[in-house]
Design a protein around this ligand. Structure first.
Ligand code: CTP
Length: 396
């Protein structure tokens, strides 16, 4: 990491006294650093120290009359490559998670569109508070990378979670990001996500509980690392930020997902099928609304096309990755799919794992290829996405 532009946001926690060391580590590697601090932060660390080490004035106020421009927060946001908030108090975590901008730090953060790191630091009880945990999950789901410290003794005397990560660890996380940041440049991915909807008549349909979260996390990871992605999504409430490298194709039925996937696969280097595609669809769609009758109803279903299998069979030099959702004989069933669908590897989800599955923001998966079977711990879907993409990068 040399010659990068880094914004360091300092909020008001005791760990702020360590931030001059972080600024020093960053500038030593010839990176340019600007500091945005809250008023409370400057109770713990001197403005002069931060200014001297960063060689720039410290930004604390939005509306000083002698500022060159009142929109300096926008230019600051545009200037930096990454934004690292350390220490990140419960207050700034809550503000950023909820879009609040009432001081320089929170305002510059909201205007910032690139990679954000948060190094939380607070008392253990505050850290464990459900509101803080929910806010942290929200931030992670939006792509913020949390740099968490080891459990240990805190300034207040309690022992547990909430200590800020050591500045060396913060430095390494940023360094790792830059070394990975562009590793997908020039690569195009196809990702399928969400459920499909198979109409029975004009108002009823067959579908499933897939939220699309895993597929959207994969697409975000690809974009963050400089790749292009065609995200073929069934109907979901999950959203993704606009990006010139993103081609979002919204579909409903398995047939539409199949058509879009075939078209986009031609332009792709790799495909990841995370969608929960219906295996069957009504043979006939009743036009209008079916009337209730005083007898049982049979709807005849016919198989849909297997998108993943078709891609696997036609993959040539491309990488094709599938998912398997299993409830019994998990590994054996996933291995069968790996070979019958001709995949490079398969991501196994077990219905028996707590915190994993459709509606969760976390997932517990096993990555299986023909030579290995690696069970990963419970992680956020964004972290799982990173593991999957790392494995693809190794294959590419
Ligand atoms: N898949 C697909 N097209 C289909 C059905 C499934 O692309 N018509 C993909 C899914 O996106 C997933 C993988 O196949 O990557 C496995 O889906 P899963 O439902 O676990 O397996 P199936 O092959 O449908 O077999 P089964 O339901 O019997 O377990």
């Amino acid at each position: 990491m040399i010659g990068k532009r880094i914004l360091v946001g300092v909020s008001g926690g005791i760990a702020a006294y360590k931030i001059p060391m972080l600024v020093r580590l960053l500038t030593k590697e010839r990176n340019e650093v600007k500091v945005v601090a809250t008023d409370n932060a400057l109770n713990f660390v001197s403005e002069l120290t931060l200014q001297t080490l960063s060689k720039h004035k410290v930004y604390t106020d939005m509306f000083l009359p002698y500022e060159e421009s009142t929109t300096e927060h926008i230019s600051l946001s545009e200037w930096a490559d990454v934004f690292v908030v350390a220490p990140a108090t419960a207050n700034i975590i809550g503000k950023y998670a909820n879009g609040v901008a009432n001081d320089a730090l929170s305002t510059v953060l909201l205007a910032f569109e690139k990679k954000v790191f948060f190094a939380p630091a607070m008392n253990t009880a505050m850290y464990n508070n459900q509101a803080v945990q929910n806010n942290l999950k929200t931030l992670q789901s939006r792509g913020v990378e949390l740099i968490e410290g080891e459990e240990g003794e805190l300034a207040c005397g309690s022992v547990g979670k909430g200590r800020m990560a050591e500045v060396e660890q913060i430095f390494e996380s940023i360094d790792k990001y830059f070394s990975q940041a562009e590793d997908l440049r020039g690569k195009t991915f196809l990702v399928t996500a969400g459920p499909t909807v198979e109409q029975i008549d004009s108002v009823r349909y067959i579908s499933n509980n897939s939220s699309g979260k895993m597929g959207y996390a994969l697409a975000r990871e690809i974009l963050q690392r400089g790749g292009k992605v065609s995200l073929i999504s069934g109907p979901v409430s999950e959203t993704i930020e606009d990006n010139s490298n993103l081609n979002l194709v919204k579909v409903k039925s398995a047939e539409q997902m199949y058509e879009a996937s075939m078209r986009e696969f031609a332009k792709s280097d790799a495909a990841i099928c995370s969608a929960a595609v219906a295996d069957y669809t009504p043979k006939q769609v009743f036009s209008g609304k079916m009337k209730k009758k005083d007898q049982s109803l049979t709807i005849e279903l016919e198989p849909t096309k297997d998108i993943l299998k078709t891609l696997g069979q036609n993959k040539g030099e491309k990488i094709v990755v599938g998912f398997a959702l299993e409830s019994n004989d998990e590994v054996a069933n996933a291995k069968k799919k790996l070979s019958s669908k001709n995949l490079d590897f398969i991501v196994l989800n077990s219905l028996n794992d707590k915190g994993a599955g459709f509606e969760y923001t976390t997932n517990k998966v096993t990555l299986i290829d023909k030579d290995s079977c690696v069970a990963l711990p419970l992680k956020t879907k964004q972290e799982v996405a990173k593991d999957i993409i790392n494995k693809i990068v190794a294959l590419l």
